[in-house]
Design a protein around this ligand. Structure first.
Ligand SMILES: Nc1nc2c(c(=O)[nH]1)N[C@H]1C(S)=C(S)[C@@H](COP(=O)(O)OP(=O)(O)OC[C@H]3O[C@@H](n4cnc5c(=O)[nH]c(N)nc54)[C@H](O)[C@@H]3O)O[C@H]1N2
Ligand SMILES: Nc1nc2c(c(=O)[nH]1)N[C@H]1C(S)=C(S)[C@@H](COP(=O)(O)OP(=O)(O)OC[C@H]3O[C@@H](n4cnc5c(=O)[nH]c(N)nc54)[C@H](O)[C@@H]3O)O[C@H]1N2
Ligand code: SF4
Ligand SMILES: [Mo]
Length: 682
């Protein structure tokens, strides 16, 4: 028996894992107590890593689709077929007709995304359509445009925490434990803003909010804090630009008005504003994607920043903290051509000369199906499952079907791979060395970890970097892919970070101290060198320089006619600890814990529509219908149904749409659309 100290990459939290290996077989996963952050914690997915690795559903050889069946082929054949077809598409329609999709695994495992970016620019297509166009980058951008750089949530020493559209019991279980410990051992105020009374909401002050109206609440909180003179005036005068304009702007957004919009009593809005402003260190823990995937997405993020700013909760322990990013080498090559959507969403594409490597994923179907702005003819989908995880799945399916050639790079045959012409078997992170560093970005710590290989790749599966490199070599682009081992890749990627050698310790973890009050010496790297409460950058691009409130695109208020036919508000994608997105449904132990998707609804709402707990219901939006079991739950807000995402056969993205996009970033609306729920028994 040997033990490999590694970490889990099934989501961003990168929990340390002790992998027990017996006769070359990974037999047991345990939390790694020595890990500086996760200290021995792993969730049920982590405990089931051996079952994930050895799952019967693993794709272990290359395949091609012929006469609608899968035919096993050799790596040589597979790579030749890909090279020939991709070159054909390039010759006929130009390089930009290739779309490369990369999912959240690509974010969590830097080598996966870095090689996709390298390949994209070597091939000369600008169209990398990453999950970053539906998750997280929006809030990074909003904070960058406000502070000049990304500030992270440094909650350890917080005396007031707001969980705003965030339920860590599902999405970040380690944090949920920390919050419970803090509540038990320290004087701490917990405020939860959520349409559902979550388990943590039971432990604090709960504001039950109508989905999609968070901006109204935030504006009213600013109204209370500013008008009651609860601001940190010294901080505002010294380090910010645009506070007088904000003060004037928020006068229209009274708590009384916000109560009407959000459904939260006016008195609660006032109480929460005061607690937040009065605490010594207040920290909003913003839903990781929840508030982004809305009409108000960008301005939601701006507003939460403004709440931190006016109360001076910046860069001090327990607040939002300037994080010293570990700098990684950029594998992109210079490219002139802009991706789809760069003109429509210019700030997503580039801010102050910092160019994003991603196009607007929600515009892909239009390009593939209508040739607008130009035809999209081939795809490589690596570590993503857009057919389930992107909005309007039926439309995405049509779009993929319309392509001339499709490649999938994945350790499993997911729904998107089922449509592919060639399936290339990637190994999992347990079968290669890889690099985790996103945790540091999310948590504000200079952190990186070398995840050590636990076993050799199963079957003929290969690491992502090898697959991209070999494909590139067959296509005459070998000069850009000269690395021969993971060792060489990490030497290169980590060179600018200066922490390569430190990662060679036994745990493979680099973990530095946080630095507070950096702004006192360095200011803020915005054009004005101050925090931009009022954003000229937004104004110059035709957007509101100070955030306001927009009703959700579909709502009882904005679309009353639609509401008559679809009278329930759907929120989707609340995380469940057993699964990451569309993955792990094939692991029996996890499936036993969470056997089927459940639509959650308040019993009074169910009764109103003649529905009973446990029955199968049809949930219908203007886009389609999905069928699943109903679970009544008094914790839900009335008039709302909550449906998990990632279930292939009851896919909530059959209901979502790509038409109502967030105006600055093109993000889809996953959190507040209208549906009707009916009994499926007749
Ligand atoms: N309605 C609704 N839809 C949503 C959301 C929502 O809240 N509501 N959330 C959205 C969000 S925030 C996100 S981030 C997306 C996630 O969307 P995706 O990233 O598309 O989702 P996953 O199902 O995790 O797909 C990851 C794929 O990568 C494969 N994989 C795992 N490891 C590796 C590897 O090492 N190499 C390769 N090549 N492949 C690997 C897995 O087998 C899986 O097929 O979903 C979004 N979709
Ligand atoms: N187990 C597991 N963990 C994951 C993932 C996973 O797939 N599985 N995915 C990871 C990824 S990629 C992401 S992006 C994160 C997502 O993480 P978050 O975006 O933080 O999502 P959750 O923590 O699930 O919390 C969502 C909560 O928001 C509430 N909510 C819904 N709509 C609204 C609204 O309009 N306003 C407010 N205030 N609340 C609302 C829901 O009721 C729910 O309780 O999770 C990460 N962690
Ligand atoms: S899946 Fe679980 S064990 Fe793995 S990193 Fe995420 S929270 Fe940690
Ligand atoms: Mo995400």
């Amino acid at each position: 028996m040997t033990v490999v100290n590694s970490s889990c990459m099934l989501c961003v939290w990168d929990c340390g894992v002790k992998a027990h290996v017996e006769d070359g077989k990974f037999v047991k996963a345990e939390g790694l107590k020595e890990h500086p952050v996760t200290k021995g914690y792993i969730c049920p997915r982590g405990e089931n890593l051996p079952a994930y690795l050895y799952s019967d559903s693993r794709l272990l050889h290359p395949y091609r689709r012929k006469n609608n069946t899968l035919e096993r082929i050799t790596w040589d054949q597979a790579l030749d077929i890909c090279a020939e077809n991709l070159n054909k598409v390039k010759e006929k329609y130009g390089a930009k007709s290739l779309a490369i999709f990369c999912g959240s695994v690509g974010v969590e495992n830097i080598e996966v995304a870095a090689f996709a970016q390298r390949f994209k620019s070597a091939f000369n297509t600008p169209n990398l359509l990453s999950v970053e166009n539906i998750c997280y980058r929006l809030r990074i951008l909003a904070r960058q445009m406000t502070f000049g750089r990304y500030l992270a949530e440094d909650f350890d020493k917080a005396e007031c925490i707001i969980l705003w559209g965030h339920n860590p019991d599902g999405s970040r279980a380690m944090l949920a434990e920390t919050i419970r410990e803090k509540l038990a051992n320290e004087k701490m105020e917990l405020i939860v803003i959520d349409p559902k009374r979550t388990a943590l909401a039971e432990k604090g002050l709960h504001l039950q909010i109508r989905p999609g109206t968070d901006a109204a609440l935030a504006l009213a909180m600013l109204h209370v804090i500013i008008n009651e003179d609860r601001c940190d005036n010294e901080f505002l005068e010294g380090y910010t630009k645009g506070f007088p304009e904000l003060k004037e702007h928020i006068q229209q957004y009274t708590p009384e008005w916000a109560a009407g919009v959000t459904g939260i009593p006016e008195s609660d809005i006032k109480i929460v504003s005061r607690i937040f402003a009065q605490s010594n260190a207040s920290c909003i823990l913003q839903g990781i994607n929840t508030l982004d995937q809305h009409q108000n997405g960008f301005q939601n993020s701006r507003l939460l920043s403004l709440l931190q700013i006016v109360t001076g909760n910046i860069d001090k322990p327990g607040t939002w903290l300037t994080i010293p990013f570990l700098r990684m080498a950029d594998l992109r090559l210079p490219m002139e051509e802009k991706p789809i959507g760069a003109d429509e969403y210019p700030l997503f594409h580039s801010v102050w000369g910092r160019v994003s490597p991603y196009g607007i994923a929600t515009l892909f179907p239009k390009a593939a199906l209508e040739g607008d702005p130009y035809p999209m003819k081939a795809s490589i989908v690596a570590a993503a499952n857009p057919l389930v995880t992107y909005p309007d799945s039926a439309l995405y399916k049509k779009a993929f079907e319309a392509l001339d050639f499709r490649v999938s790079i994945d350790p499993f045959i997911n729904e998107t791979a089922e449509l592919s012409d060639v399936l290339l078997p990637a190994c999992t992170f347990l079968e290669k060395d890889s690099l985790g560093y996103v945790y540091g970005v999310v948590s504000g710590e200079p952190y990186a970890m070398l995840r050590k290989k636990v076993i050799e790749p199963l079957g003929e599966s290969k690491p992502d970097w090898w697959i991209w490199s070999e494909l590139a070599k067959r296509m005459g682009m070998g000069e850009y892919f000269t690395w021969n081992s993971e060792e060489e890749i990490f030497d290169h990627l980590l060179e600018p970070s200066g922490c390569r050698d430190e990662l060679k310790n036994e745990l493979g973890v680099f973990f530095a101290e946080k630095e507070y009050y950096q702004y006192k010496a360095k200011g803020f790297p915005t054009p004005s060198k101050k925090i931009e409460i009022y954003s000229d950058t937004l104004k110059d691009h035709g957007y509101d320089p100070l955030p306001g409130y927009i009703e959700p695109a579909q709502s009882p208020v904005s679309t009353p006619e639609l509401f008559k036919e679809y009278p329930i508000i759907l929120v989707s994608g609340a995380r469940q600890v057993e699964y990451a997105h569309s993955q792990q449904r094939n692991i029996p132990a996890l499936r036993a814990l969470n056997p089927e998707p459940l639509a959650e609804m308040h019993p009074a709402t169910a009764q109103r529509y003649g529905l009973v707990n446990g029955e199968k219901v049809n949930i219908t939006s203007p886009k389609g219908t999905v069928k699943m079991r109903l679970k009544t739950n008094e914790a839900m807000m009335t008039g709302v149904v909550s449906v998990p995402h990632g279930w292939g056969l009851a896919n909530v993205n059959q209901l979502t749409n790509i038409e109502t996009r967030e105006p600055i970033t093109g993000y889809p609306d996953f959190k507040a659309i209208l549906v009707r729920v009916e009994s499926a028994s007749y």
